[in-house]
Design a protein around this ligand. Structure first.
Ligand code: NAD
Length: 508
């Protein structure tokens, strides 16, 4: 099955299109429908290779192809996905997706981020295993699963420029989001016989956002007494993951940290090209390789189909076809053991490289065989992991106690700005208690060494015993506006059951 393609868009010729089409299949009656996206760059050839293996192994699925990605972006649809494809994906609920090229510039949105968020795919599961000595790695025993929260955190994409100097990105962490992902990680560990779940956060600095993630982790952990737990600050955790991966088993972490540590973990196994991922949600699931569309090697029949093929294995487990998944994974391991690899793994001359399709043929030829050195897999039949629901919560007593007003001002003298703010707000039921610049207290009693930008936070608090209202906040802003203060954002200060729901300034 030789590709006869150009090097820009992968399989674009008639023979290549036929290769794609012939890889699609519809198995026996009752086969679950699976939406297939062939993707861009190397996508079509690794998808064709993966589907051929699935078909030969007896996967019982009904493939339904869609077109998303580069061609759709270029047609003027900036989301990269046409309405008809959304319908197919939502109807079939399971998507097997090859990588997509996101064109640079031009306001194109990342299709991956869009799909994860729009379809509610809250859990991104990335198993990262070493295959030593067949894939060289410093950590031959590595076997870690990263469970990354997929919808929240800095990926909400809510960014603003507020002053000449300052832009901001909103980090959103929710209790239901934390509960769902943490519980999913524990359920995954239990279902897969894993011994330990570790949380990675930065709660020593982000006490409210990352603090919530950790608190939820600590609340849920006792429900799984057979599973060991621990927590690492993300920076040292990531370093330890790279240096001593045997310290970890399942890692659960917010979105951005998960994005970074899952690539570190995959690379430590020997190659990101081998790592699959599952994106799981209440309304569906998406399975893909973690690598991109590798446009420079597209259409040359050299790409490694393993990441996507192993994503297909995860999909079959999700669909309850554990036996077929086991057969494919074991045949794939045996193929590596027999020294058959694609060019990315043949560097160093340890093995001779075969092409993408020849590699798939080698896996097919070994279906039914078990690895001899690597540990064989044995997936369990059973229902896919359920999507945990967040526990219902009691509403807490929420009380407004003040407001942070963010101000654009070019002054370099905090005392002068504080005096202007105090004079403007003289009639409000609030007193100015604090001025910070980039979070550092500069009034009262700041230090002259603190470097300043044109973005200030002015904290106004109501005196004890006074319960301010939204109207009081609006009146304060009106007074500031009348005094020519350029406020660019406000954040109300609330307590919840008497506990401050905001970070405290120094000395507060
Ligand atoms: P990439 O993963 O495509 O490539 C990085 C390097 O790894 C390249 O040298 C490439 O040749 C190599 N490589 C990747 N997959 C390989 C495979 N299966 N076999 C052999 N070698 C492989 O990352 P990139 O170059 O940063 O991104 C290229 C495009 O992919 C961009 O448009 C990016 O937006 C997109 N992308 C898509 C996804 C996705 O769809 N899930 C993920 C990441 C990047």
């Amino acid at each position: 099955m030789k590709a006869d393609a150009d090097h820009t868009g992968g399989f674009t010729t008639m023979s290549a299109t036929l290769d794609q089409a012939s890889a699609l299949f519809s198995a026996g009656p009752g086969a679950p429908p699976v939406t297939i996206a062939f993707g861009d760059g190397i996508g079509p050839e690794i998808m064709a290779a993966s589907l051929r293996v699935l078909k030969a192994a007896g996967a019982n699925i009904a493939c339904e192809p869609i077109t998303i990605g580069e061609a759709v972006y270029r047609s003027g649809e900036t989301s990269g996905i046409p309405a008809a494809a959304w319908e197919t994906i939502r109807r079939n609920k399971v998507l097997f997706k090859a990588p997509i090229t996101t064109p640079q510039g031009g306001g194109y949105k990342s299709l991956n981020v869009t799909m994860r968020k729009a379809l509610g795919l809250f859990a991104n599961v990335r198993p990262c295993s070493a295959y030593a000595p067949f894939v060289p790695t410093l950590h031959p025993a590595m076997d870690v699963v990263i469970v990354r929260e997929n919808e929240e955190d800095l990926y909400a994409g809510i960014e603003h420029r507020q002053t000449d100097d300052v832009v901001q990105c909103l980090k959103l962490i929710t209790r239901p989001g934390c509960e769902r992902i943490v519980r999913y990680a524990f359920e995954y560990a239990r279902a897969n016989g894993r011994r330990k779940v570790t949380a990675f956060t930065k709660d020593n600095i982000m006490k409210l956002t990352d603090g919530l993630f950790r608190r939820v982790f600590d609340e849920i952990a006792p429900e799984y007494p057979e599973i060991e737990t621990d927590h690492w600050i993300i920076d040292i955790g990531a370093a330890k993951l790279a240096a001593q991966p045997d310290l970890f088993d399942v890692i659960v972490t917010p979105n951005l940290y998960g994005d970074i540590v899952s690539d570190i973990a995959a690379e430590v196994t020997g190659s990101v090209g081998l790592a699959p991922s599952a994106n799981i949600g209440p309304h569906g699931a998406m399975f893909e390789a973690i690598h991109g569309s590798a446009p420079t090697i597209a259409g040359q029949d050299v790409a490694n189909p393993s990441g996507l093929l192993l994503a297909g294995v995860m999909m079959l487990v999700h669909l309850g076809q554990a036996e077929v998944a086991t057969r494919i994974h074991n045949a794939w391991k045996r193929t590596l053991e027999d020294g058959i690899v694609t060019a990315d793994l043949a560097r160093g001359g340890a093995a001779e490289a075969v092409g993408t399709q020849a590699f798939a043929d080698a896996v097919i030829a070994r279906l039914g065989q078990a690895p001899r050195t690597l540990a064989p897999v044995a997936y369990q039949a059973g229902a896919p992991l359920g999507v945990p629901q967040a526990a219902p919560r009691r509403k807490q007593a929420k009380a407004l106690v003040g407001v942070d007003v963010f101000v654009h001002d070019d002054t370099t003298d905090p005392d002068t700005l504080a005096a202007r703010l105090q004079a403007a707000a003289v009639a409000a039921p609030f007193a100015l208690t604090l001025l910070t610049n980039r979070g550092v207290k500069v009034w009262p009693q700041g230090l002259p060494e603190t470097s300043l930008v044109d973005h200030w936070r002015a904290r106004f608090k109501a005196p004890d015993g006074v319960a301010p209202t939204h109207a009081d906040v609006a009146a304060l802003l009106a007074a500031l506006a009348a005094a020519g203060i350029d406020f660019v954002k406000t954040e109300q200060l609330y307590t919840f059951d008497g506990v401050a729901g905001y970070s405290l300034g120094q000395g507060e």
